[in-house]
Design a protein around this ligand. Structure first.
Ligand code: ATP
Ligand code: MG
Length: 447
């Protein structure tokens, strides 16, 4: 009964359009793979008489037989109307208002169909001062600041980013709707931006990062236009807000495909625009991306703090070097760490809990390098020891330090207490034999 009603709502949505409709027997979506909460949201909206579909990454992933990360719902109900239908829901977002419907274990995102911004909206909102109350707006460089102009499904399709992300699925009737030859691209493994690529990246430069992320995640090739345009618009990446950049990049680095993602960021010159302080030698970065991917596939914990610590490491070393002409080495390290992090914040804003983590990991590096017998136990007991040790492993694998050092720290964690004590005594002897270690200020300090 409900399904029939939903289908009739939805059929009116696609009438008079040139969309391709595929019935349940003509595509590979298995309804058993769809989350119950998402179905419940669709049923509630359909029963209330709205047009409603699953859309975006979940439809793409269901077709590819991958586990969807989340389920996005699109409807012609406004955020207020959606909000009224679900007790545990709330409207969020400013740049893009959507409704979060909360269930026990998850949140379903429901968005209202949008239309693309038209010329009138753009000229109305060209000045940043004039944005309040406007449904959609762009900055002086044509970057979209808001996108809240509601529309129909036929319009909604064309403001989505890639063809494979613009497939709509009605789980109640099993109908799949394709306006943009998305199925063809999905079968061919092609990531194609909808519309004029350069214009679409200009209105939201964050789409360049999405292109990189999906290409790496799905193993899809960007089509020629979608790829070439990035070379023309890469500079606009600085228009994306520092908070969104942190979110997008963290999602990318922790996606399990970080190594591939870094390669693509370098290829499109986005890496040097995002991280201008990175030196030409990327070995440690590549090493850490690879190890993050391995940890994710082994379901070990990962934090974006670690990767940012690696990305800013070469800048920290250079800065420490230049400060140590005028101050003590520990002071130079502290000052350099504070400056390097502060300088990154206006581009990519790293939340405090991560910057603290980065500084702790950096602070422990000299202790791990020196292995001073008196400090070894304390270093091993530091709450950041594990992360600092992993960081040291990265430095050793990248050839920055002898691998013997990594082996020593690996071993001291594995041996029993007697042997540990012996290892510490050996260091003491080594320290005594090496008078240079006692000097407070070495002449050429290493960070
Ligand atoms: P993921 O697997 O990461 O969830 P996704 O494709 O679902 O991938 P979301 O960020 O959840 O990505 O967005 C859901 C959908 O909203 C996308 O598939 C796309 O259709 C649309 N979308 C999201 N961000 C943009 C954007 N910046 N520009 C255009 N469309 C977008
Ligand atoms: Mg999604």
């Amino acid at each position: 009964m409900q399904a029939t009603k939903a289908l009739s709502n939805n059929l009116s949505a696609i009438a008079q359009s040139d969309a391709v409709l595929l019935s349940a027997s003509e595509h590979k979506i298995d309804s058993a793979d769809i989350d119950d909460s998402a179905i419940q949201v669709v049923e509630t909206l359909a029963t209330a008489g709205y047009e409603v579909f699953l859309v975006g990454g979940c439809v793409r992933d269901l077709l590819l037989k991958r586990q969807p990360k989340d389920f996005d719902v699109a409807t012609n109900a406004t955020p207020e109307q959606i909000n009224q239908l679900f007790r545990r829901s709330r409207i969020i977002g400013r740049r893009f208002r959507i409704v979060h419907v909360r269930f026990k274990r998850e949140i379903i995102e429901v968005s209202t169909f949008r239309r693309a911004v038209d010329k009138e909206d753009i000229s109305l909102a060209h000045s940043r001062k004039d944005l309040s109350g406007k449904v959609s707006a762009q900055s002086s460089k044509g970057v979209m600041l808001r996108d809240n102009a509601y529309g129909s499904l036929n319009e909604d399709v064309f403001r989505r980013d890639f063809t494979v992300n613009a497939l709509y699925y009605d789980p109640l009737s099993g109908t799949l709707i394709d306006h943009v030859k998305g199925m063809q691209d999905l079968d061919a493994g092609v990531l194609r931006i909808i519309g004029n690529a350069e214009q679409r990246y200009r209105e939201d430069p964050g789409r360049m990062l999405r292109a990189v992320r999906f290409s790496a995640k799905l193993g899809f090739e960007l089509d020629n236009d979608s790829s070439q345009a990035i070379h023309h618009t890469a500079e606009l990446i600085g228009e994306v807000s520092p908070a969104r950049l942190f979110d997008e990049l963290s999602k990318m680095f922790l996606s399990g495909n970080a190594e591939k993602i870094w390669e693509l960021l370098v290829h499109y010159n986005l890496a040097s625009l995002l991280f201008p302080s990175v030196s030409d030698d990327h070995s440690m970065i590549i090493e850490s991306m690879r190890s993050t991917d391995t940890r994710i596939s082994a379901e070990k914990p990962v934090t974006p703090g670690f990767i940012y610590g690696v990305l800013l490491w070469s800048a920290l070393q250079r800065r420490t070097q230049s400060h140590s002409a005028n101050m003590s080495v520990p002071q130079a390290r502290e000052t350099a760490a504070a400056e390097v992090i502060a300088e990154q914040q206006p581009n990519i804003s790293i939340p405090k809990r991560f910057t603290q983590f980065i500084r702790d990991v950096w602070r422990l590096q000299p202790k791990l390098e020196k292995r001073q017998s008196r400090q070894i136990e304390r270093t091993l007991g530091d709450r950041r020891f594990r992360a600092a040790y992993d960081f040291l492993l990265m430095r050793c694998s990248a050839g920055e330090l002898p691998s013997e050092l990594a082996d020593w720290w690996t071993r001291i964690q594995e041996v029993d207490s007697d042997e540990r004590a012996q290892m510490i005594r050996d260091q003491q002897t080594r320290g005594n034999k090496n008078p240079k270690r006692k000097k407070k200020k070495p002449s050429r300090p290493q960070p």
